[in-house]
Design a protein around this ligand. Structure first.
Ligand code: ATP
Ligand code: MG
Length: 199
């Protein structure tokens, strides 16, 4: 690269850096963040658990509710429970196979009570409600109640919810919304869910 090119490049980079520094200096608010991770692509729950790991790695307190996996094994749970993370698991009622409105509602509500307790506990820095979007979509958990509980949680507590098809009111309330897009997935080529990768 010629010197002139190099200078121009440096000037451009300096401008970008100035803009970024300005925005970093302007971001002064300290608060718990509400993140929604939705979309049809793979990576929603793993992202949520990644943030739980990040939180625990700083010696902070995290808690998890799993609204769908039931008796499914879960590699993250094995590690994180050992690191002191509380898990509330919806292990009765709901499965994709046997959808029974009454027992599904009861199962969802039992785990939702645990979630509400977590969302009222200011000693918990981060709550992950994994796959909760479906419970709201099916009406097993009341949307308006969920919005109220989320909005009234301790101000410094962060919250992540995952699941496809997050209701518009949830994404409206959220501070950060990430949509994972499905470009391709091994399952469509006949690959079974792999232990240590998919669960
Ligand atoms: P992960 O737990 O791997 O982050 P996810 O939370 O984004 O996935 P879910 O909808 O909760 O996705 O589904 C969990 C399971 O379904 C995982 O085994 C995952 O590999 C699989 N899965 C996720 N997305 C797809 C997809 N687009 N097509 C087929 N299977 C998928
Ligand atoms: Mg998931």
């Amino acid at each position: 690269m010629s010197d002139i090119h190099n200078d121009k490049h440096q000037q451009r980079q300096q401008k970008v850096k100035d803009k970024v520094d300005e925005r970093i200096a302007a971001a002064q608010t300290e608060k718990g963040v509400f993140q929604v991770i939705t979309g049809n692509g793979k990576g929603k729950s793993t992202s949520g658990f990644g943030t739980v790991t990040r939180c625990v790695g700083h010696g902070m307190k995290a808690a998890v509710c799993q609204f769908i996996k039931g008796t499914w094994p879960c590699g993250e749970r094995n590690v994180l429970q050992g690191a002191g993370v509380e898990f509330a698991i919806m292990n009765t009622g709901f499965t994709w196979e046997t959808q029974n409105k009454e027992s599904d509602t009861a199962a969802a509500q039992a785990t939702w009570q645990e979630a509400k307790r977590m969302l009222a506990d200011e000693s918990i820095n981060l709550v992950l409600l994994d796959e909760i979007t479906y419970m709201i979509t099916y009406g097993y958990i009341d949307l308006d109640e969920a919005l109220e509980v989320i909005a009234n949680r301790p101000p410094m507590q962060s919250l992540i919810i995952t699941g496809r098809g997050a209701h518009r009111k949830l994404t409206d309330l959220a501070d950060t919304v990430s949509e994972v897009r499905n470009v391709k997935h091994a399952f469509d080529a006949g690959v079974k869910a792999q232990i240590g990768f998919d669960y």
